[in-house]
Ligand binder design. Structure first.
Ligand SMILES: [Zn+2]
Length: 98
């Protein structure tokens, strides 16, 4: 039979639980040092979790500790603050730019 069309990797957003093409999600990484940070390149080593570039998804991911659960770690106050700041920057941008 014909070869399959190009495989598009998909991941689940921890905010809304929808599955979406990986490139449309923002990766958050738990580093080997135990920090939790946004990973814009998507290539850093460590356990990753994915969230849409949508403030509402970030809010859901952070508020209910879904992100910490997905990463199987506790998020320190300073890391959480950085993630909240990132979420706020998404809200200020308004429209999603790709
Ligand atoms: Zn989402």
């Amino acid at each position: 039979m014909a070869a399959r069309t190009r495989h598009v990797p998909v991941r689940t957003c921890v905010g809304c639980r929808d599955t979406t093409a990986k490139r449309e999600l923002v990766r958050i990484v738990r580093t080997p040092e135990g920090r939790v940070e946004v990973d814009p390149t998507g290539k850093r080593p460590g356990r990753g979790a994915y969230v849409h570039r949508d403030y509402r998804c970030w809010q859901a991911a952070l508020k209910r500790d879904r992100l910490a659960h997905a990463l199987r770690t506790a998020i320190s106050p300073q890391d959480r603050q950085a993630l909240v700041a990132y979420a706020e920057s998404l809200r200020e941008k308004g429209e999603v730019t790709t």
